[in-house]
Every structure is written in structure tokens, then in C-alpha cells.
Write a protein that binds this ligand. Structure first.
Ligand code: URA
Length: 471
């Protein structure tokens, strides 16, 4: 029997290394026991590291399995490591897993993890503590091991306030520069009332609309995490009195279906566009004067089936010559960040808000110039038609020009980054442009901002994973 001890409940890399070595050494799933450090000091582990390296043997598993395992491993079930190893074992034998009951279980686990992420994002409320230096603290009781997965989202969303999310399992902290993880705490150690609390309660009562409350989706067990929990019951009772208790079914406001990109007039008019036909059409674009000095139109690139669309500012010198977006220094940085966020560049459609290079010549150099609002507007038709052809799950706008092109108005990046924006039925995230990172003079600031950029892309990756699982 091999007893594998993982470093923590979320030690995906540890599981992956051990599982690979076990499988390469033909160790059957029934001969492995998985434990987590601190949980089973009773056993003395005989790790997969004791096994030979099996350097010549190899096998590949589909990227979709890796994604699935990465999410399912965060489930609270003690069975998850063994279940995923069983699946890996069968995959290695080239079994078709479509009807495998373990696949159904792993999928259900991954879905539960993503649902719990959604709940955490919706329910975490920070309270201000600290007299001299403000610190924001939230208490949350997650059902699965999602705190480390969710922390980059909160770091990006609340980047300018130091916060801690405390849970019984682990705690995540943000000091304005980096995330750190410490062990969990008991609820009795959490600060209770504060200045923010009252403000939040007032805000909640002014927003409260009984017609929109779906009691069945908000089990009472969850209310205990919310500052408004002490007022939900009285607000509900008031509403019940006013409506003779019949409000939930009869007064429910019919939510307006969000307009999907494929329903827009633009999408209907250009229903037969493909990226190839659009690229050919855009090659002769004369909608603004930028075409005169540029070498060529640099149209978007990537599969039409992409679920993620990245929008940059405009092609630079290298892109203008190559006819492809993001092939210069900013592109290299983007590639690295995408890889770190777990997003394959070849699966992404990458384009620019403005499709011609704008520059002024300085000797042998062509100096990049920021596109003007009329130039961004003139080019927007191409973005809209690309959007309608691709119908991505998510658009990520890189920098202010991209955000203006995508959202049709000037949108400050720092105030909006990391926040999911619904723009006419399209989900949009904004973040900084990789060239901004290249321009930062101070290495420390550069490393910090680069990490924030990767964290924003991780939010995109996690939204896409959730969308894929929901589908
Ligand atoms: N910067 C952009 O915004 N787009 C490119 O294609 C290259 C650099």
C-alpha cells in the first residue's frame, strides 16, 4: 500500500506529481491511500517519491481533464484525490470516460466548487477594523476549499484596501501588494460590529425588494455570514404583511433576459460574417486616415470558436510589419501572463480596438501615438462584427483605449479592473495593457503590477471554467 501525504487540501501540484509517478509505475488505485498533512499523522507516508522515475514511460491526458481535476480537488469530499487518481488510471489505459460514473462525480464536484466561488463572491462583506490603520475583515464559511482560488479575485477587486478573509479552514490576506495564506481561525476570534456594518444595513434596506428575493435559493444557513442577516427577517415580515404573504410567487418581477451579442441589430445584419470574410473586408478599410501611413490593417487572430476575446489598443511597429496582433514585446509579456493564468494563447481570439498602427516618424524609429476618440469610434464597427462572429463568453479589454473601444465610453481602469461588467449582454473585464507594465521603471513595481495583471487573467480563466462547467 502506498500512502501519499499531500501538503494541503488544495495541493493540486502535489497530487498531480504523485499521481503521475504512481501511474507510470503501474500502481493500481486500490493500492493507494491519499491523506493531507496534519490529517493522518497516524500513518507513516510512503510517498510516490520512493518509486523509480520511469523516465522513458510517458502518457498524456487531455487538458480538459487537468482543468476538471484542478477544480474538483477543491471539493470538501475526502474521496476526491482517490477518485481523480482512478480517472487518471483509466485515462492512461485510453478508456473512453464519457459514461464513467466517476467522471459524472468529478464534474458534479467541480460544479459545486464553482457555485461555492459564486456564493463567496456574492456574500463576502468586509468590516472595517483598526483604529490607526484601517484593515478590512470578512468572515466566511466556505463549504469547499475555495479560499485560495477566490483570493486573486478579491485582491483585484479590492486592490487598494488591506483585507483579510477569515475562514475556519484557511485565511487569505491582502496587504496591497501580495496575497498570503495562513491557517484558519475560530469564529469567536472575528471582530463583530463596526462602522461599516450600519452603513451596509441601511444600504441593504434601501435596496430590499421582496419581489426579487428567491427564498429557495438563499438557504437560511447562509444568512449567518451577512451583516444584513439581522434585518432580512424583519424586512421579510414587513413585506409579508403588506402582500398577505403571497409576494414570492405573484409579485416576482420577470427579469429582462439580457441581450446576447448574437441578438443585437449588428449581429443580425452581419449574420454571415466569418473572421476570414471580415479580415478580407477590413484590409481595405478607409474609415479613418490611419490607413495612409500604416503598412496594412492588422486584424484579429485566433479561432472563431474562442470563448475568450482579448482586445488591445492598436498594433505597434512589429505588428504593423507582421500583419498580426501582439507579436512584439507587449505580446511576449502577454503570452507569459496568459500561460501563468492557465490560458492557452492559441485558444484565445486576440484583436485591437484600432486596427492600424498610429505613429510619428523620428529618424529611423516610428514612435507609437495614442489613437484619438474619433479613430477608436471609426474602428468600433470591426470590433462589433468580430464580437458577433465569435460570440465569446468573455471579453477582456487591455488598457484604457481597449476599454473605450469595447464599452463605447471612457472607462477608468483602476476603478473598474477585476469587476465583471455586463455590456449589452457581453461579459467584459478590464485590466491594464501589457505595455504599461513594460514601461514601469522600477523593477519592484513592475513585478507587483505584473502579478496583478496575471491575477486579473486568472479571474478570466476562472469565469471561463465556470461557464464551461455550467454548459
Ligand atoms: N499593443 C497592442 O495594443 N496591440 C498589439 O497588437 C501590440 C501592442
Amino acid at each position: 500500500m502506498h500512502i501519499i501525504m499531500l501538503d494541503s487540501d488544495t495541493d493540486f501540484e502535489g497530487w498531480r506529481k504523485a499521481a503521475r509517478r504512481l501511474a507510470l509505475n503501474d500502481v493500481k488505485p486500490s493500492d493507494v491511500t491519499w491523506t493531507v498533512r496534519g490529517e493522518a499523522e497516524l500513518f507513516s507516508p510512503s510517498g510516490a517519491n520512493d518509486l523509480p522515475d520511469a523516465p522513458h514511460a510517458t502518457f498524456n491526458v487531455p487538458a480538459t481533464f487537468v482543468e476538471l481535476a484542478r477544480a474538483a480537488i477543491l471539493h470538501q469530499s475526502g474521496e476526491r484525490f482517490a477518485l481523480l487518481y482512478r480517472l487518471l488510471w483509466r485515462l492512461r489505459g485510453h478508456h473512453d470516460l464519457a459514461d464513467d460514473p466517476d467522471i459524472a462525480k468529478a464534474n458534479a464536484m467541480a460544479r459545486a466548487v464553482y457555485r461555492e466561488m459564486d456564493r463567496m463572491i456574492a456574500q463576502v462583506r468586509f468590516r472595517e477594523i483598526g483604529r490607526e490603520k484601517a484593515h478590512y475583515v470578512a468572515w466566511f464559511e466556505p463549504e469547499h476549499h475555495i479560499v485560495e482560488l477566490a483570493a486573486p479575485f478579491f485582491a483585484s477587486r479590492f486592490s487598494d484596501m488591506p483585507w483579510s478573509i477569515l475562514t475556519p479552514d484557511v485565511c487569505a490576506h491582502w496587504d496591497g501588494h501580495a496575497i498570503s495564506i495562513t491557517s484558519g481561525i475560530d469564529k469567536s476570534e472575528v471582530p463583530s460590529e463596526d462602522r461599516l456594518e450600519e452603513t451596509w444595513r441601511r444600504h441593504y434596506s434601501s435596496l430590499f425588494n421582496p419581489a426579487r428575493l428567491k427564498v429557495t435559493e438563499a438557504p437560511q444557513a447562509y444568512w449567518r455570514n451577512l451583516p444584513e442577516d439581522s434585518i432580512i427577517r424583519p424586512l421579510l415580515e414587513d413585506a409579508m404583511r403588506m402582500t398577505s404573504g403571497a409576494f414570492i410567487a405573484s409579485k416576482a418581477a420577470k427579469p429582462q433576459a439580457p441581450q446576447k451579442p448574437q441578438d443585437t441589430p449588428m449581429a443580425r445584419k452581419h449574420a454571415h460574417d466569418t473572421i476570414a470574410t471580415l479580415r478580407a473586408e477590413a484590409a481595405d478599410c478607409r474609415a479613418c486616415p490611419l490607413w495612409k501611413d500604416a503598412t496594412q490593417t492588422v486584424f484579429g487572430q485566433g479561432p472563431q470558436s474562442a470563448t475568450l476575446m482579448l482586445v488591445g489598443e492598436q498594433p505597434g511597429d512589429k505588428e504593423d510589419l507582421a500583419g498580426k496582433p501582439f507579436v512584439g514585446p507587449a505580446g511576449l509579456m502577454l503570452d507569459r501572463a496568459l500561460e501563468e493564468a492557465g490560458i492557452g494563447r492559441t485558444k484565445v481570439y486576440i484583436t485591437n480596438a484600432v486596427k492600424h498602427f498610429k505613429f510619428v516618424p523620428r529618424g529611423k524609429i516610428r514612435l507609437h501615438q495614442k489613437p484619438s476618440t474619433p479613430e477608436i469610434r471609426a474602428c468600433r464597427q470591426w470590433y462589433e462584427r468580430e464580437l458577433a462572429a465569435i460570440k465569446p463568453e468573455l471579453v477582456v479589454a487591455l488598457g484604457a483605449t481597449a476599454a473605450q473601444g469595447v464599452l463605447g465610453k471612457i472607462t477608468p481602469i483602476n476603478k473598474n479592473r477585476g469587476r465583471l461588467i455586463d455590456h449589452d449582454g457581453t461579459k467584459v473585464l478590464v485590466t491594464v495593457h501589457p505595455s504599461y507594465l513594460l514601461r514601469l521603471p522600477d523593477e519592484e513595481a513592475k513585478a507587483k503590477e505584473y502579478q496583478r495583471f496575471v491575477d486579473d487573467l486568472k479571474i478570466a480563466a476562472s469565469l471561463l471554467r465556470r461557464a464551461a462547467h455550467a454548459a
